[in-house]
Design a protein. Structure first.
Length: 159
């Protein structure tokens, strides 16, 4: 079953690379008591993700935060080292938190996973963006193709 507006984010652990190593991040703690925009991409360093999706959130970070967003986070089924390198490549530091869902635990728990094995990519996350307020989904946009539904501009307009 796919997560829906009004649902609570499932309890799983994802990873975040810091200067001290890899932090295990509980979704319960990450989303508690604040408004977070979480967007997912099928893969770091892939064309649409690198040329349009992540750059849009980096560029609109201040505008999103001006609308009451406490944190913007990007997640993909990649490891924390790849997500960290991609964030540095995209100048996301201080604007977008790069989270790793290396085993697709969150993507599966949300019902937003997909299998790209035939394309050589294995299990991945669908492209989506959601607004989570104190652990509860208040907006959810899933793209079946393209990135327009889950773009920074679309999320900004919804806030």
């Amino acid at each position: 079953m796919t997560i829906a507006v009004g649902d609570k984010i499932p309890s799983v652990t994802v990873q975040h690379k810091t200067a001290d190593g890899i932090d295990q991040v509980s979704t319960d703690e990450f989303f508690a008591g604040r408004k977070v925009v979480l967007f997912a991409v099928p893969g770091a360093f892939t064309p649409t993700c690198s040329q349009k999706h992540l750059p849009g959130f980096v560029a609109k970070a201040d505008a999103l935060k001006a609308k009451g967003v406490d944190e913007i986070a990007c997640i993909a089924v990649n490891d924390a080292f790849v997500m960290d390198a991609w964030g540095k490549d995209q100048d996301a530091e201080g604007k977008v938190t790069m989270l790793a869902d290396g085993s697709a635990k969150l993507a599966k728990a949300l019902g937003l996973d997909m299998d790209l094995t035939e394309r050589g990519m294995g299990p991945r996350s669908k492209r989506y963006a959601m607004v989570v307020d104190d652990g509860k989904v208040t907006a959810l946009n899933v793209d079946e193709s393209g990135f327009e539904k889950s773009s920074a501009e679309t999320i900004l307009a919804a806030l």
